[in-house]
Design a protein around this ligand. Sequence first.
Ligand SMILES: NC(=O)c1ccc[n+]([C@@H]2O[C@H](COP(=O)([O-])OP(=O)(O)OC[C@H]3O[C@@H](n4cnc5c(N)ncnc54)[C@H](OP(=O)(O)O)[C@@H]3O)[C@@H](O)[C@H]2O)c1
Length: 374
Amino acid sequence: MQETLNKALWLAAKQAPFSVAEAPYTAPRGREVVVRTRAVALNPFDRHLQTIGSLACPWLNYPMVVGHDLAGDVVEVGEAVTRFQPGDRVLGLAGGVDKGRNRAAEGAFQDYVVLLEHMMTPLPAALGYDQASVLPLGLSTAACALFQDEFLALAPPRVQRQRRSETVVVWGGSTSVGANAIQLAVAAGYDVLTTCSPKNVDFVRGLGARQAFDYRSATVVADLVGALGQSRCAGAVAIGTGAASACLDLVVAAGGARTVAVVTPPATFDGIPAGRGRLRKLLPILVGNASGLLKLMWRAKRHGVATPFVWGTALIHNHVGPLIFQDYLPEALASGAFQPSPPCRVAGHGLEAIPAAMAMHEAGLSAAKLVVTL
Ligand SMILES: NC(=O)c1ccc[n+]([C@@H]2O[C@H](COP(=O)([O-])OP(=O)(O)OC[C@H]3O[C@@H](n4cnc5c(N)ncnc54)[C@H](OP(=O)(O)O)[C@@H]3O)[C@@H](O)[C@H]2O)c1
C-alpha cells in the first residue's frame, strides 16, 4: 500500500516558533476517523498555546500540533465507526491539546487529522468547507457553558424548539463563542439577551437574540436587568474581558440565576511575545488574572452565585459532545435551523499561511472568523 504523506504546522517545544514539516500519517483506531483537512479556523487559544501553553496546558507533549477547528473529507475510519465513510464531507473538533487526548495526531493544523466520531458532523452539500470550519471550538465552548451539569445546565437544543419562559444572557454575542451561544440557547427554547458593539446589533438579532446592548455603555447592566422584565434569568455566559464581573452584577441584580459561566479570564493573554520580553509582559497579566479571579470568587460566594470557568473541549468527555455534534447539529445544519457563524474571512491558503493569519487575528476582528484553506 502506498504511504500517505502528511504535513503539519508543528510547535516543536514550548514557546518555539511554528514551522511546517512532515508528520506521520496516523491510522484511525476504534471510533476514530482520519480527515483530509480542507479548511481550518483560528481561535485566540491556538496562538496563546505558543506563548502560554506551558502554563495553560502543562501536560502538553512536544512536538505538538495545535488547532481546534476544521472541515474536510473522511479518508479512513476505525473499525467501530458507524456514522461516516471515506468520501464524506465533515466538520469536527480537533481535541489534540485537550488533557484527555494530548496527541499531535489530533491537532487541526495538518493535512491528515485524527478526529473522534462523536465530535464530527456531516456537511450539507451547500455548505463550503471554509464556512463550516468556523464552528467547532466556538460551538463547543458555547455548549459547555450552556449544557454541562455544573454550568447553566439548560434543556437541550432541538430543531423543533419548545419555547420556555426563561432568559439567558450571552455577554459578547458577536464573538465566535457568543454567536454560537445565542443560537444554541434559542434552539433550546430560551429568550436571549446579549451585548455587542452597536454596529453588530443586526448580526446578533439575526442569530435570534431578542435585544442587544453595548457592552461599553455605563448603563449596560441596568439595561439588561430592565430588559429581563418579569422573565426569570436562567444564567449568563460571560465572554470578553470584563464580562465575568459584569455578569455577576447582572445576575445578582436580577435575582434568580445561580450561575455565570466564565469563558474569558479577567486579563487578556494577547500581546505576550513567545521570546524576548515574555516574562516582563506575562507577570502583570498573571497577577491581574489571579487577583481578578479571587475577587470574582469572593463576590460570587457572598451572593451564592457559582462562577465556573469553561474549558471549551470538556464536552469531548461527557454527554454534551454527542448531544451537539451527533444529535443536534446534523439536522440543524441540513434544515438551515443553525447557521455557521460568524462569517468566515479567508486569510490565506496552506499551512504556511497560518502564523500570519494568527497575527491578523491578534490585531483584532469583529463578528468574523479567520479561516485558512488547505
Ligand atoms: N474558555 C474557553 O475554553 C474558551 C474557548 C474559546 C474562546 N475563549 C475566549 O472567548 C473569548 C471570545 O473568543 P472568540 O474566539 O469567540 O473571539 P472573537 O470572535 O475573535 O472575538 C471578537 C469579538 O470580541 C468582541 N469583544 C471584544 N471585547 C469584548 C468585551 N470586552 N466584551 C464583549 N465582547 C467583546 C468584539 O465584539 P464587537 O466587535 O461587537 O465589539 C468582536 O466581535 C476570548 O476571550 C477567548 O479567549 C475561551
